[in-house]
Design a protein around this ligand. Structure first.
Ligand SMILES: Cc1ncc(C[n+]2csc(CCOP(=O)(O)OP(=O)(O)O)c2C)c(N)n1
Ligand SMILES: [Mg+2]
Length: 595
């Protein structure tokens, strides 16, 4: 007796190496849950608070392990809840398998309870593979194809299981007859590198350049040694897209840090001053932060053809794995010894001083940059950092000096609020020995984070290392957007849409049996981090920060400066000293730039 379809699904997924599934129950998947229960300790079911979080955790699991993340949701509402998390994974090119329930086959088309056209609903996000299982003999190849496409194409796959089908006897091997499919398990990524002639063309461009800027992204996370070796040979500086923060450590003198709206001035200066751009594994979207068209010659390495020569017209777009391609390129490159490297190191060192100066400015009551600045030297070895979407993403990107061996991630392409805590939970399940630190805004905490903290409460005692810290920036504001309204539109803060209730996140942590630390003075920030890092359980650090510290881009356009000035001096006279200080600091250095 081979069991039910519900048993067979897990048997087959187990053969694919799946060990953990994130989900939430419902009668649309009871047959699958029964199978999962019978599979015993071969699988771990992680129960989250909301299906969106199941999908966030699955996507983050993929980011932190390289494996396919698997999430499970019931028919109708459960399936619908998955969507935002699946889009997060999709936009960041992560492999995720969504298993969702559906009403019984005989009821479909009957405007039945919880009947939603799931195939259509998932067709966009899981366009690479979405199928409804209609017969037991179909299940084997649906799983095999879904897993292989997800992992090989780094995409979302979705299998829809009508609930009655889950209870039928499995057909482990389909009959040998016309109209059946006979599939197998397994995938191993090929060694993907460009042809010799293309590598030579790329090397010619790079050897001819005098001022080389590298931009690395998530596709370079596994290529740290290769990026460093190539940067050394080319005398290049290295800027990092947000998802590539951990690709090279921030403590190398020629690393200019983040780029873009959340970026640093050294990255901005390097991109504007370079004559050659080498982009590795990045889909960083904002071309205005790259060299002007025609200013630089371009070489790009990416594993997806659709991402090549997309943000800057590249002279040599190379399709390949970043580590393999850089390794193959290295012997073709000549050692450079111009003055460009020195210039970059000067910019980078000045950039850190500027950030320190900004972090040390007083604010009312606490400058959020100070909170990140103090964390930086205290980051424990091998820690995993996550961030939510908000003003804190700026400080995560710019102020945290990541070292070798650390990891970090967030919702990059979708930039959705509410993912930061789920990412941290995924990090802990994936790497239970490593300390995890999530940086979350109060809006995001209220959206999903407070509920995700209940999941932490449920599981933390199983974790080998209880070092799990959630930093909440309590600024009573949806601050990132408040500043966007000011700087882009010139509108004063719209209190009705922007203010969020002042909630005591530290008391809430205590209520859940975790540790809560409240900090509202700059002198106490360092000791708050020390206390949190030494705690014997997960901690919420609630930093009561000033919403009037502007998370502005590294350069500011004349239009933005005017817009900001009109909201600052016209509509919102209460904006304090910090704003004026920061804005005039930026204007002084950057006004010559116009968009
Ligand atoms: C799901 C979702 N809704 C809305 C937004 C738009 N948005 C981006 S950042 C932000 C403000 C976040 O506020 P908070 O979490 O308090 O962080 P803060 O910026 O105040 O530090 C908003 C509303 C978004 N990115 N995602
Ligand atoms: Mg906020």
């Amino acid at each position: 007796m081979s069991g039910t379809v519900g048993d067979f699904v897990w048997k087959r997924l187990g053969e694919w190496g799946v060990r953990r599934v994130f989900g939430y129950p419902g009668d649309g998947i009871n047959g699958l849950l029964g199978g999962l229960q019978r599979a015993g300790d071969r699988f771990e079911f992680v129960q989250v608070r909301h299906e969106e979080m199941a999908a966030f955790v699955a996507g983050a699991h993929a980011k932190f392990t390289g494996e396919v993340g698997v999430c499970l949701a019931t028919s109708g509402p459960g399936a619908i809840h998955l969507l935002n998390g699946l889009y997060d994974a999709r936009l960041d090119h992560q492999p995720v398998l969504a298993l969702v329930g559906q009403q019984a086959r005989a009821a479909l088309g009957g405007h039945y309870q919880q009947e939603v056209d799931l195939h259509n609903l998932f067709k966009d996000v899981a366009g690479a593979f979405v199928q409804t299982a209609m017969a037991p003999a179909q299940v084997r190849h649906l799983i095999d194809r879904a897993m292989r496409i997800a992992i090989a194409e780094r995409k979302i796959a979705c299998i829809i299981f009508p609930n009655d089908l889950q209870e039928l006897d499995a057909a482990e091997v389909p009959p040998r007859k016309h109209g059946t499919v006979h599939s197998g398990v397994g995938y191993s990524a090929p060694k993907l590198a460009p042809k010799e002639a293309d590598l030579r063309r790329a090397a010619d461009v790079l050897n001819a350049g005098q001022k080389i800027a590298m931009l690395v992204g998530a596709g370079a996370l596994h290529a740290t040694d290769e990026v460093i070796a190539v940067a050394q040979k080319l005398g290049a500086g290295v800027a990092k897209a947000l998802l590539g923060k951990a690709a090279v450590p921030d403590d190398l003198p020629y690393v200019t840090g983040s780029i873009g709206l959340l970026g640093t001035k050294p990255s901005w200066d390097m991109m504007n001053g370079c004559d050659t751009l080498l982009m590795v594994g990045s889909g960083f979207p904002y071309s205005e932060f790259l060299p002007k068209e025609g200013q630089a010659r371009g070489v790009q390495i990416d594993i997806e053809p659709g991402m090549l020569s997309l943000r800057y017209p590249m002279e040599v777009p190379l399709l390949g794995d970043s580590a393999e391609t850089l390794k193959a390129l290295l012997p073709l490159l000549r050692q450079k010894d111009g003055s460009w490297r020195g210039e970059i190191e000067g910019w980078a060192a000045d950039g850190w001083k500027t950030l320190e100066g900004r972090a040390m400015q007083s604010a009312d009551p606490l400058n959020p940059q100070r909170v990140f600045w103090e964390l930086s030297p205290r980051l424990p070895e091998g820690c995993i950092l996550t961030a939510d979407s908000g003003s804190g993403t700026n400080w995560y990107a710019r102020d945290l000096k990541g070292r070798r061996g650390m990891m970090g991630s967030l919702s990059g392409g979708l930039a959705t609020m509410g993912a930061g805590m789920s990412y941290a939970i995924a990090a802990n399940f994936a790497h239970p020995q490593r300390p995890v630190i999530a940086c979350v805004g109060d809006g995001a905490m209220q959206m999903n984070g407070m509920n995700a903290l209940i999941t932490v409460t449920k599981y933390w005692q199983q974790w080998a290392n209880p070092q799990f810290i959630c930093l909440v920036l309590n600024n009573r504001d949806l601050n990132q957007v408040t500043w966007e309204q000011r700087a882009m539109a010139g509108d004063p803060k719209f209190e009705a849409s922007q203010e969020v209730p002042d909630v005591s996140y530290s008391s809430y942590a205590e209520l859940l049996g975790l540790k809560g630390i409240f900090v509202d003075s700059p002198e106490r920030v360092g000791s708050a981090w020390d206390e949190a890092l030494a705690a014997d359980r997960p901690v919420v650090i609630e930093a009561y920060t000033d919403p009037n510290v502007p998370p502005l881009p590294p350069h500011i356009t004349l239009e933005q400066a005017k817009a900001l000035a009109s909201s600052m001096f016209g509509g919102e006279p209460e904006l304090g000293r910090v704003v004026r200080g920061t804005v005039s600091d930026m204007l002084g250095g950057m006004l010559p730039h116009r968009s």
